[in-house]
Design a protein around this ligand. Structure first.
Ligand SMILES: *Cc1c(COP(=O)(O)O)cnc(C)c1O
Length: 219
């Protein structure tokens, strides 16, 4: 299959999952994860109509996205990888959505940059639903308080939650936990589901799924 065919296939599978869960058609946004692929690989996917993309590294993204965004201004670029506070300025400048806010230090750095640059990317808080030591994300039990701190103390508008369930576990309970926390925090967006489990994520209420290899091929 070509990359265009794989994109259509993923979109059809999202549509089917929406129908099966009795969710409105188009209620789930596909974030095409283009990490490790260069501008030449990404362009055909843009030409095929895809506008929302995800990247996990700030520096790698700076090498390809300014040019691609200049060519197609309605692209929405999501940062889905861990963010260091020394990269906060670059991240605010380049990304439209930052999905990986997960500690006070980075939240403060983002708040400072948003003030300085007068540009406010949408923000999601990453939750480490599986309490994995090597994985980024705030602990589930600290999520409500952290979202409150971001909102009340730092003036950040948090729109959603994001998670990456442990690779070897059934993802359903993790997606259910994220949906429950989102309700408790009063946020509407749920970024969950990847190539291996995005249909399950749609069933549990994902508003966006982050799909890489099923579109671009293996990395
Ligand atoms: C790479 C990545 C994805 C996409 O993974 P695939 O299995 O290739 O679909 C999704 N989310 C995050 C945070 C990633 O780093």
């Amino acid at each position: 299959m070509s990359v265009e065919e794989r994109l259509q296939d993923v979109k059809a599978r999202i549509g089917k999952a929406e129908r099966l869960s009795k969710r409105p058609a188009g209620s789930v946004t596909l974030v095409a994860v283009s990490k490790t692929f260069d501008a030449e690989d990404i362009r055909p996917v843009i030409v095929a109509g895809q506008r929302v993309f995800g990247e996990n590294r700030v520096q790698e993204s700076q090498g390809k996205w300014p040019e691609l965004k200049a060519e197609t201004p309605d692209i929405e670029l999501h940062l889905i990888g861990p963010l260091q506070s020394n990269k906060a300025a670059d991240a605010v400048a380049l990304f439209d959505v930052i999905e990986t806010v997960d500690r006070e230090k980075i939240a403060r750095a983002l708040a400072d940059e948003i003030r300085k640059q007068g540009k406010a990317p949408k923000l999601y808080v990453q939750v480490n639903t599986g309490l994995e030591p090597q994985k980024a994300g705030i602990e589930p039990k600290e999520t409500v308080a952290f979202v409150e701190l971001c909102r009340k103390e730092l003036g950040l508008s948090i729109e959603g939650l994001m998670c990456i369930p442990p690779a070897e576990e059934n993802p359903g309970p993790h997606f259910a936990l994220l949906a429950k926390l989102a309700k408790e925090c009063g946020v509407e967006k749920l970024s969950m589901g990847m190539s291996g489990d995005f249909e399950t994520a749609v069933e549990f209420g994902a508003t966006s799924v982050r799909v890489g290899s099923a579109i671009f091929g293996s990395r």
